[in-house]
Design a protein around this ligand. Structure first.
Ligand SMILES: [Zn+2]
Ligand SMILES: [Zn+2]
Length: 338
């Protein structure tokens, strides 16, 4: 089969490898669509990746034993290789599993680990069905496109009475706009790249600012009658934006961080948290029990086709990564068989 790999700094391409084989309850999926995500960061620096592609959708084509899926099933390929047995997995919080399987040890190679490939391997319980009428491209949005912000919104109970600040309107932040519009709340966005600000406006965001704009905090306060937003979501992973989320949120408000970073954010416990009574959480994907609720957004939101800005053949993986790295895209989906 063909799989996409990072070949060096800002270089990606396809290589030919042996087809992976199903084993125990790990089944073989023919990948029909896969969305690009954080892999572009590895592309920029030429770092090798364990997980080259983690947002796939496809069709089960071979199983080693009877199980939870059968040949011909259309499925979403959920990320990671959680154990399925620990308390977190059993509670549906598989994404936080502490005992992820060692793919290479179980399979004997890393072939089949990622979804930028003709085929992928996955334990059968991580392959929920794609509802009838949902395309493979749309189905890939059930991972980070729609799923990442959906999980955070569930955790901080976002609803139509909220005014929401979203910092970072990249693919995940634009997915948050889709979820927020679906829930009917008022949305203020902050994003440095004009393409993404324009896309957010096309999607119906109420206000959008460049983070470099002077007096940004004061402007957000003015828009909210001096109180601040009721909730905020950081998708940027930038410390300055995380700080803005805290400062712009009103007393008893809720803040969620989903933008990944290793950088340190300074928190002043009394003024930032105790005296404001805010709830501050981190969130990674969503609980398995919300899968069909995520799918409902994908099926019913008229904005999904705006969230997927580009579909490309996997043979153009180099161009796909360059496009995502340019900032002038929302979600980019590749078709492995083209
Ligand atoms: Zn992702
Ligand atoms: Zn587990």
């Amino acid at each position: 089969m063909k799989m996409a790999v990072i070949l060096g700094e800002r270089r990606a391409g396809l290589i030919e490898v042996p087809d992976p084989q199903p084993k125990d309850n790990w089944v073989l999926i023919k990948v029909h669509a896969s969305a690009l995500c954080t892999e572009y960061k590895a592309f920029l620096v030429g770092r090798q990746l364990n997980l080259s592609g983690h947002e796939g959708a496809g069709e089960v084509i071979a199983v080693a034993q009877p199980g939870k899926v059968k040949v011909g099933d259309r499925v979403v390929i959920l990320p990671q290789f959680p154990c399925g047995k620990c308390a977190l997995c059993l509670a549906g919080d598989f994404i936080y599993c502490e005992n992820n399987s060692d793919f290479e040890e179980f399979v004997g190679s890393k072939i089949g680990i990622g979804t930028f490939a003709h085929y992928a391997l996955k334990p059968d319980w991580l392959l929920p069905p794609i509802p009838e009428g949902v395309s493979y491209e749309h189905a890939t949005m059930a991972i980070d496109g729609i799923g990442a912000s959906f999980g955070a919104f569930q955790a901080i109970h976002i609803n139509a009475s909220d005014t929401l600040l979203i910092t970072g309107l990249g693919p995940v932040g634009l997915g948050a706009v889709v979820n927020a519009r679906f829930r009917g709340c008022r949305i203020i966005g902050v994003e440095p790249i004009s393409w993404r600000r324009d896309r957010a406006l096309q999607m119906g965001i109420d206000f959008v600012f460049d983070p470099g704009e002077p007096d940004l905090l004061r402007k957000i306060m003015t828009l909210t009658g001096g109180k601040g937003v009721s909730c905020a979501l950081d998708c940027s992973g930038k410390v300055q934006s995380q700080r803005l989320c805290i400062d712009a949120t009103q007393r008893k408000g809720r803040v969620a961080f989903i933008g990944e970073t290793e950088d340190e954010l300074a928190i002043r416990v009394s003024p930032d948290m105790i005296r404001k009574g805010i709830t501050l959480i981190g969130s990674w994907l969503y609980n398995m029990s919300d899968y069909y609720n995520v799918m409902q957004v994908i099926q019913q939101s008229p904005l999904i086709d705006m969230l997927i800005s580009h579909c490309m053949p996997m043979s153009q993986i180099q161009g796909a990564f360059e496009l995502l790295a340019s900032g002038e895209s929302a979600k980019v989906v590749v078709h492995p068989w083209e």
